[in-house]
Design a protein around this ligand. Structure first.
Ligand code: MRU
Length: 348
């Protein structure tokens, strides 16, 4: 099994510094490495909305630390403080709709409030720290398990950015790729540019080059054509929400690539911690897909101002039905949708 020592080094993007949360501004690499200091929950809400911090597991951990910051900042009496913290938790939960890790983190912090511990700040910090540790341990477990499933000489395509910038530890899908590379199992690693924000173009290429790996960058449409031609053995992606059946919400383009992977003979591996599983999701996409400003599409290619009257659609996630997924890897191991131990793999 790949060991931490065989996994190449990776960059990090979140540091807790007792009175503030330091976040690498993920809109900037590789051109710039700018760190942003968050001192209040609303600073973190802004960072989540604006994609300073992104990637489902990292959003969850950042959200947990945001509540610690807010508790320390509020000077009110205990009952008033609890009321204001509850309101702050609602603002936090509404920052982005798709990654269930945000709701998961808010839920855990709400339970601390409900327990009413004598040292509220210390109790919130303990939970935030343990969430960070759990995500890091999960990341290692998934990365090693997923890497074992890639046969020697495998050719892999990945989408979006799912590495150490998007979580704690080596990553989810990109952690698998990283560990498999460390074990010298991979013949080819390609990534999509991931329109419109370029998480693949900017962040995945940055991470893989940092790790001393070789990577081929493709536009999404070129990746689709290559998949259809049989150029890959595996499509390896992360997730923002997984239903008990194994339906997956992930970065826009995942569904299209998964279908083309099947047509070209490649298998589809989804790698995500159990904090990304939503036991209450019925697997339908309605209301879950974040729509962002059309400006992001237009301006990402440096086209100046959009012409008046132009309508631009910018849904940034899509749904891949369970039947288009071959394997889901969580920290509990790998499982196929429909297997009898699938619920256990998803932590249900
Ligand atoms: O909009 P983003 O960049 O937050 O979207 C990220 C993704 O879709 C990732 O694939 C997912 O969060 C898994 S990250 C480990």
């Amino acid at each position: 099994m790949p060991s931490p020592s065989s996994c190449p080094p990776y960059p990090e993007s979140l540091v807790w510094a007792s009175d503030r949360l330091r976040l690498l501004d993920q809109r900037r690499p590789p051109a710039e490495g700018v760190w942003i200091e968050c001192r209040s929950l609303d600073d973190v809400v802004d960072a989540i909305r604006s994609l300073v911090v992104r990637g489902a597991p990292l959003i969850g951990v950042a959200a947990a630390y945001a509540v610690v910051l807010e508790e320390a900042r509020l000077r009110s009496a205990a009952s008033e403080k609890r009321r204001r913290l509850e309101e702050a938790l609602d603002r936090l939960a509404a920052a982005r709709p798709t990654a269930v890790n945000l709701a998961y983190a808010v839920g855990r912090m709400r339970r601390v409030l409900a327990d009413d511990p004598p040292e509220l700040g210390a109790a919130l910090l303990a939970v935030a720290r343990s969430m960070a540790r759990e995500e890091e341990e999960s990341s290692w477990a998934m990365s090693r398990e997923g890497a074992r499933r890639l046969e020697p000489g495998a050719r892999v395509l990945t989408h979006c950015n799912t590495g150490s910038l998007a979580t704690l530890g080596p990553g989810t899908a990109l952690g698998v790729v990283r560990c498999a590379w460390g074990e010298k199992r991979l013949a080819e690693v390609s990534c999509t540019e991931t329109r419109p924000w370029g998480q693949g173009l900017r962040l995945t290429t940055y991470e893989l080059l940092y790790s001393g790996m070789t990577v081929t960058l493709l536009t999404e449409s070129a990746a689709g054509a290559r998949l259809l031609d049989g150029a890959y053995d595996w499509l390896v992606v992360g997730a923002d929400r997984i239903s008990p059946r194994g339906d997956v919400l992930n970065k826009i383009g995942t569904h299209m690539l998964a279908r083309l992977a099947r047509l070209g003979g490649a298998r589809v591996m989804v790698v995500a911690p159990t904090s990304t599983v939503d036991p209450a999701w019925d697997g339908r996409a309605e209301g879950r897909i974040e729509e962002r400003s059309g400006d992001e599409v237009w301006r990402s290619l440096g086209a100046g101002d959009p012409p008046p009257g132009l309508r631009i659609a910018n849904p940034v996630f899509d749904r891949t039905p369970a039947e288009a997924v071959d394997l889901i890897v969580t920290e509990r191991g790998p499982g196929r949708p429909g297997d009898k131990d699938f619920a256990h793999i998803l932590g249900l």
